[in-house]
Design a protein around this ligand. Structure first.
Ligand SMILES: [Zn+2]
Length: 289
């Protein structure tokens, strides 16, 4: 659908055009992937090559180094392997009752737990994850415990994709902390280590970045400054929206992954935006009555 009806351009082409004040075709689309999963290589890369499309993949370098899996993967695995059906858990002054008996209940428990964990200062997060694993009676998992689709890509995969010309490798920090929950030193180290690991492995200095979690609460003015200082020219958020002419290059909006071709079509065609406009105009009109 994208290859047929749209003009897929690279994120760097978008940045270059915006920097020079050049216009882009109305149907231009940029494709990005976050985190650095092996499935980007196994599933997406063959499609990109087949249709001659370009994508940017933002990798978490410590994940590719297999130093540490994502903390949210550990939570997911821990709930799945728990030896009990129920756990009462105190966090952020709240009492959560986590039901674990079925897949659906575990998903609901995960939905309760993740936002609370995201509130914690980054320095406390892994300790809390370990305490939760202990309370659930499970060991810290290894990379082989991850389902195939959730495993990290290897650096060989990243290099092959980068050399192919179909993929740019961008930065997504070293260990995927929410940057607004880090102190300045940790934030600077996360951004610089990520840049240096990508440079060392691929030979390319990355110029594109994506903030972990990516909402407007997940980075600060200081984050923007440190990202720029590290040599990144543009950075993606997960704030939903199209890319207007005047958008700051370090706060690019994006749409989340569509779940069907119909969904993807509604997103890229602007149908979602039109609907949002109508709704806003309707609400404004109602408010004036
Ligand atoms: Zn991420």
């Amino acid at each position: 659908m994208l290859a047929k009806d749209y003009q897929v351009i690279s994120l760097s082409a978008l940045v270059e055009a915006r920097t020079k004040g050049e216009s882009l075709p109305d149907n231009a689309v940029v494709i990005t992937f976050d985190d650095g999963y092996a499935s980007n290589y196994e599933l997406a890369f063959p499609v990109l090559k087949e249709f001659g499309l370009h994508a940017t993949i933002f990798v978490t370098t410590g994940f590719l180094d297999r130093e540490e899996m994502f903390w949210f993967q550990r939570i997911d695995l821990a709930l799945g392997r728990a030896k009990k059906e129920l756990l009462d858990w105190k966090i952020n002054g709240k009492k959560l009752r986590l039901y674990l008996g079925t897949y659906t209940l575990r998903q609901q428990s995960l939905t309760l737990l993740l936002p609370e964990l995201k509130e914690l200062p980054d320095a406390d997060l892994l300790g809390e994850v370990a305490r939760l694993e202990a309370a659930l009676g499970v060991d810290e998992p290894g990379f082989d415990d991850l389902p195939a689709a959730m495993r990290p890509m290897t650096w060989e995969m990243a290099c092959e994709m980068s050399f192919s010309g179909h993929v740019d490798i961008g930065g997504h920090t070293h260990t995927h902390p929410i940057l607004s929950r880090c102190d300045t030193m940790a934030m600077r180290a996360e951004i610089a280590t990520c840049r240096d690991r990508i440079h060392a492995e691929t030979g390319e200095l990355p110029t594109l970045f994506a903030y972990p979690n990516g909402s407007s609460d997940d980075f600060t003015r200081e984050t923007l400054m440190l990202v720029r200082e590290a040599g990144f020219k543009a950075a993606c958020t997960t704030i939903t929206g199209r890319v207007p002419d005047n958008v700051p290059m370090l706060q690019l909006p994006r749409y989340g992954s569509p779940e069907s071709v119909w969904d993807a079509k509604a997103t890229v065609s602007g149908a979602f935006e039109t609907l949002k406009d109508w709704r806003q105009r309707y609400q404004k009109a109602r408010a004036m009555l």
